[in-house]
Design a protein around this ligand. Structure first.
Ligand SMILES: Cc1cc2nc3c(=O)[nH]c(=O)nc-3n(C[C@H](O)[C@H](O)[C@H](O)COP(=O)(O)OP(=O)(O)OC[C@H]3O[C@@H](n4cnc5c(N)ncnc54)[C@H](O)[C@@H]3O)c2cc1C
Length: 417
């Protein structure tokens, strides 16, 4: 075991950090106040290779490993968490799905432009009546001749206002997780309209919209993977997508630590720097410990993915811990800055507003706990079943355990876009 980043990973981190400090961080307050993503940034992010960082070089991508991609999202989020999630949804979720599940024709058409930043991607799973319980989604996709006809609505779609390529989940079969398919929907599809922009507490530079589909016809070639197998695509992609949100939380936490350290050295009260007071310095020490722990969980999960290992449990752990820590310490960062922390003169209040969302999207913290518990109890059930072969257990105990494990699986919490 060693804890050193590879030279290439360090280079990615340094390059993105320098870019973010120069181009993003000085403008983050203005973009937050304007509630707007600076569209001209996409070309710059494309030139840096960040829009196609997870895509193979065959389609113009940078083919970076997962550790490098989370480092990039962390550094972007440290400067502006809204920019971090914009890139995470595009490069950590959507381009990955297109490359893994689209036909060659679709990949050739979309991926090169998505890598340059000319076209942006979005992921549309959530609906007004279906959030954590994503398997209950209602939007329909009816097979019709040589294509599908989409009807329904999607809610809170990050990047939707300017995206060209939408990964959309819709029901092609019976109720439940087995009747859902995934599609690539082009922005220019007749019958597909972009709805209202959502006004929100934080990550205001990130764009969030609703989508409406009315008799929106798409070619059969836009089906991603197999028909009725879309839910598996959602599960697999969110397992990795959550690493992006954990990275976003780590970035916010790192920004809180830097801001708190600087202020604690500079601000004097009672004739001393406030960092000399134990009440303040202990907050900063706790912040630093949680930042280290969040990074270790995140980098381990990213490393596991790079080894081709399953990441469902480890990415949920990383997201749960990092988002809880970001929310908690963003509040402490405001506290350390006192009244100034509450004003827009300093970025602490923005970190405080931005941190909260990391506990909600791509699976709430409650959902992450369900995923982790289910993995643990599922393994326990497996072991017990093996033991039962040699030493049968009573039906009552067996049913008791199933009562914990199976309903959780029914809830399908891995999804929750
Ligand atoms: C700014 C923003 C951007 C977003 N971007 C996207 C996007 O790009 N694409 C997309 O598809 N979606 C997106 N979402 C949607 C997001 O993923 C959902 O909001 C999230 O999954 C939670 O769903 P919900 O809001 O419907 O909450 P609900 O599922 O209604 O949950 C409400 C509360 O009940 C709890 N709860 C629910 N079920 C259980 C359970 N079984 N056990 C314990 N507690 C439970 C939840 O944890 C939560 O606290 C976005 C949301 C926001 C706010």
């Amino acid at each position: 075991m060693h804890f050193e980043l590879a030279e290439e990973q360090k280079a990615v981190r340094q390059m993105v950090a320098a870019f973010a400090q120069r181009e993003i961080q000085p403008n983050a307050g203005d973009w937050d106040r304007a509630h707007a993503f600076p569209l001209e940034l996409f070309a710059k992010l494309g030139q840096l290779g960040l829009m196609g960082m997870s895509v193979s070089d065959k389609y113009g991508g940078g083919a970076l490993d997962t550790i490098s991609t989370v480092l990039a999202i962390e550094e972007l989020s440290k400067a502006d968490a809204g920019i971090g999630v914009t890139v995470s949804v595009h490069a950590g979720l959507t381009t990955r799905i297109v490359e893994a599940f689209a036909s060659e024709e679709i990949k050739q058409k979309y991926l090169p432009k998505m890598c340059t930043g000319e076209w942006v991607g979005a992921f549309a799973l959530t609906e007004p009546e279906s959030g954590s319980d994503a398997a209950s989604l209602r939007m329909r996709a009816r097979s019709d001749g040589d294509g599908y006809v989409l009807d329904g609505t999607k809610q809170w779609v990050t990047n939707g206002g300017f995206a060209q390529a939408f990964v959309v989940f819709a029901r092609t079969g019976a109720a439940g997780s087995k009747g859902i398919s995934a599609f690539l929907v082009d922005r220019d599809t007749p019958g597909f309209t972009i709805g209202r922009v959502t006004d929100k507490l934080g990550i205001r530079s990130s764009n969030t919209v609703d989508l409406t589909f009315e008799d929106a016809r798409i070619p059969a070639a836009h089906l991603l993977g197999e028909q009725d197998a879309g839910y598996k695509i959602a599960l697999a992609s969110l397992g990795t997508g959550r690493l992006g949100i954990a990275a976003q939380a780590v970035g916010i936490l790192a920004a809180c630590l830097e801001t708190s350290q600087r202020y604690a050295r500079e601000r004097h009260q009672f004739g001393r720097a406030i960092g000399a007071f134990q009440a303040v310095s202990f907050k900063i020490a706790d912040m630093c410990v949680d930042l280290d722990a969040a990074r270790l969980l995140l980098y381990r999960a990213a490393w596991l993915r790079d080894q081709g290992m399953p990441v469902i449990e480890s990415s949920s752990k990383a997201k749960l811990f990092a988002s809880t820590a970001a929310r908690k310490h963003a509040a402490e960062c405001v506290q350390i800055l006192g009244g100034y922390g509450y004003t827009t003169e300093f970025p602490a209040e923005r970190y405080y507003r931005d941190a909260k969302i990391t506990e909600i999207y791509e699976g709430t913290s409650e959902v992450q706990r369900i995923v982790i518990a289910r993995e643990l109890l599922g393994r326990l059930e497996e072991r017990m079943q093996k033991q039962r072969g040699a030493q049968p257990m009573s039906g009552a105990v067996n049913n008791g355990l199933a009562g914990i494990v199976e309903p959780a699986a029914e809830l399908s919490p891995d999804a929750a876009g």
